[in-house]
Write a protein that binds this ligand. Structure first.
Ligand code: KIV
Ligand code: ZN
Length: 503
């Protein structure tokens, strides 16, 4: 029997590799799927929906190999109410088979052409088929939120009687809203004893809110995807849903929330779908502050202008004080103190004015920009020599060779060399600098942010690269501008490193 109390653990069912991969334009390689599955397991999801085995040979192979990775999460495969689909899942050695059938009148009429009776009969038969082969069975009435409640109740009861271990309520076209969702799941909760899962699409931006409402009404599992990937506007976002459950409802999941940010970044990289800066929890700006009033408040006490019930540390993210047109005095003073620079009140005002001017001209103001301005205004030259000075860089790239970079630099007065391979020439060059620095300065410098923009048009465009480099708990941003992307990247990285060495 389900518990409707606040102590229960809400299960997380991740569908990044199934519904997420149905995002128009996305196709993960088998290796990427395995890496995502491992990351989801590290994150602590309860179920990984690894794919739809009957849909392609490639999907089937990937589901099978994920089933054999030895993960703690249960592995699930998707199937229509057809023995061929279910057999394909069985061949993949999954733990759970997720069977689904269109249940709303509009979908029945225009997709399968099945009558209500035929749907009921197939539901019973195919649920029994899955169970007779010894697999866990999840049953979904597709388009549940547009299905007549009378029919939905009957269907879920049939699935339960036939042995389904869990039933799923999909808001397939994302048309529900939290109050309606609460009522619907409450009604279903009255007629079934097996756990209820919820699967919400985001057509009106309500997928997370609807999932939370469903949990409030008794659902004990949420179906989510990393970065909200999925059909059309996507599915309920994993990070938002989990943090909503944890921080707002005070409910527990098995998710190790400190891995949420790195999980989002991994899927961003593999999917090529960039996380919007304003994305809750994992977006670049989720814990960033620019305006003077906010930054001042947060520097004093973080929960003045952050939720407090969710901190960057909880989700593996970081807080940033960003420089721009709205920056205030306190942000400048804090950043200068981090590298041991001091400035009089008048000098701070002057620095502030110049930072705002730079920002108003359309430039992103990096920490390196701020320090350069401060050096000019205070007349205080850097306390240390530049720790890293680039001497030579050559890169080789092409269609038939692995990109390789050879680099020579003076690091703290000593000449160092390294040659590294990478995914592309920029990656190879950054790896070469990291290699040199690791030997001379210590291995704790990490590239956190990397953005390339062309600031003029055409193939001879000037490339502007802005990086964030982390050392310990400090991150410094810096820029490189060159006609050559690799050089701009290396310049930005070295500028950031040199500033970090000043701290
Ligand atoms: O959105 C949906 O209805 C689905 C089903 C397969 C559960 O993805
Ligand atoms: Zn879906």
């Amino acid at each position: 029997m389900q518990q409707k109390d606040r102590d229960r653990i809400v299960e997380v069912f991740d569908t990044t590799l199934r519904d997420g991969e149905q995002t128009p334009g996305i196709s993960f390689t088998k290796e990427q799927k395995e890496a995502i599955a491992r990351q989801l397991d590290k994150l602590g999801v309860d179920v990984i929906e690894a794919g739809f085995p009957i849909s392609s040979k490639k999907d089937k192979e990937a589901v099978k190999s994920i089933s054999h990775l030895g993960l703690s999460a249960r592995i699930c495969g998707l199937a229509r109410l057809l023995t061929s689909d279910i057999d394909a899942c069985i061949d993949c050695d999954v733990d759970m088979i997720h069977i689904f059938v269109p249940s709303s009148e509009i979908q029945r009429e225009h997709t399968t052409g099945m009558s209500e009776d035929a749907v009921k009969e197939q539901t019973r038969e195919m649920t029994e088929y899955v169970k007779s082969h010894g697999f866990q069975c999840m049953f979904s009435a597709m388009d549940a939120t547009r299905t007549e409640l009378r029919f939905l109740r009957e269907l879920y009861r049939i699935a339960e009687e036939a042995g389904a271990d869990i039933i799923n309520v999909p808001d397939t076209v994302g048309v529900s809203e939290p109050f309606r969702m609460y009522e619907l799941v409450s009604e279903i909760y009255k007629v079934v004893k097996v756990p209820i899962s919820i699967h919400c699409h985001n057509d009106f931006g309500l997928a997370v809110a609807n999932s939370l409402a469903a949990v409030k009404a008794g659902a004990s599992q949420v179906q989510v995807s990393v970065n909200g990937l999925g059909e059309r506007a996507g599915n309920a976002d994993l990070a938002e849903t989990v943090m909503g459950l944890n921080a707002i409802y005070g409910l527990r999941t098995r998710i190790k929330t400190e891995y949420l940010f790195e999980t989002a970044k991994l899927v961003e990289r593999f999917s090529g779908v960039q996380i919007p800066v304003t994305q809750p929890v994992v977006g670049e700006n989720a814990f960033s502050h620019e305006s003077g009033i906010h930054a001042h408040g947060v520097i004093k006490r973080s929960n003045t202008f952050e939720p407090g019930i969710m901190t960057p540390e909880m989700v593996g993210h970081r807080r940033r004080i960003v420089l721009g047109t709205h920056t205030g005095r306190h942000s400048i003073e804090k950043k200068l103190s981090e590298i041991g620079m001091s400035a009089s009140r008048e000098q701070v005002e002057e620095i502030l004015e110049r930072v705002k001017e730079l920002s108003a001209s359309g430039k992103k103001v990096t920490d390196d920009d701020l320090y350069s301005i401060a050096e000019v205004v205070t007349g205080e030259v850097a306390k240390h020599e530049r720790a890293v000075v680039l001497k030579e860089l050559s890169v080789m790239t092409g269609n038939n060779l692995i990109p390789t970079a050879s680099l020579k630099a003076i690091v703290k007065g000593r000449e160092c060399k390294s040659a590294q391979m990478g995914i592309g020439p920029v990656d190879a060059a950054i790896k070469a600098i990291q290699d040199i620095i690791k030997g001379e300065i210590g291995g704790d410098l990490q590239l956190k942010d990397f953005r390339i923009e062309a600031i003029t048009g055409g193939s001879d465009a000037l490339a502007e690269v802005i990086v964030g480099v982390q050392r310990g708990d400090r991150v410094v941003t810096a820029r490189g501008v060159r006609g050559d992307i690799v050089m701009a990247s290396v310049e930005a990285f070295i500028n950031a490193v040199n500033r970090l060495m000043q701290g």
